[in-house]
Design a protein. Structure first.
Length: 162
C-alpha cells in the first residue's frame, strides 16, 4: 500500500471525523467521550499546531494525527500528539508513518520534546511502536483512564526528545 502523509485539507474532514469518532466511540484510547459533529471537527482540527493525514494512492484518508503544545510558557517546548488509523487498516504500519512524520513536524514547529500523557496500558500496539521509536515510559498512573464500560485502566506516559 502506497501511503503519503501530508497536511490535511478541507476535503479530508469527513473521513477524518469518521476515524476520530470511531476511536472515541470505541472508548479505549482517546480521552474524549463525545464524537465530533462536522462543525466541531472543522474547528478542532484547525485549532491544532499541525494536523496531518495519511492517504492512499486514491486519496482516501487512512489515518491522521494532531500535534499541539503539551503546556505553555516554560514548558512550551514540549508537544503532544494523538494518532488514529482507520480500523480496517490497523497493523499495516500506517501508525508508524504518522508518528515519524509527527516527530519531524514537531521539530519544524520548534518543539524539542514529544510527550504522550495518557497511553492506555492495554494499547500494546501503540506502546510497542513508541518504544521501537525510542520513546521512554515515564511510569504508570494506576487507573488513570476510564473505559467506555466504566472500568479503569492504567495509563503510561511516554516522552522522546526530538
Amino acid at each position: 500500500m502506497n501511503i503519503t502523509v501530508r497536511r490535511y485539507c478541507a476535503n479530508d474532514i469527513d473521513q477524518m471525523m469518521d476515524i476520530w469518532n470511531g476511536i472515541v466511540l470505541e472508548g479505549n484510547a482517546f480521552p474524549q467521550e463525545e464524537p465530533l459533529d462536522r462543525q466541531g471537527a472543522v474547528s478542532f482540527f484547525a485549532a491544532q499546531t499541525y494536523t496531518a493525514v495519511a492517504v492512499d494512492e486514491e486519496g482516501a484518508v487512512c489515518g491522521l494525527y494532531i500535534l499541539h503544545p503539551n503546556n505553555v510558557g516554560r514548558c512550551g517546548h514540549i508537544c503532544n500528539a494523538s494518532y488514529g488509523v482507520r480500523r480496517d487498516l490497523r497493523g499495516m504500519r500506517i501508525g508508524e508513518r504518522l508518528v515519524r512524520d509527527c516527530m519531524e513536524m514537531g521539530r519544524e514547529h520548534g518543539f524539542s520534546i514529544l510527550q504522550f500523557n495518557a497511553v492506555v496500558a492495554t494499547n500494546a500496539r501503540a506502546r510497542h511502536l513508541y518504544e521501537q521509536l525510542g520513546f521512554v515510559q515515564l511510569g504508570i498512573i494506576p487507573k488513570g483512564f476510564r473505559t467506555k464500560n466504566g472500568s479503569y485502566e492504567d495509563i503510561c506516559p511516554y516522552y522522546r526528545q526530538l
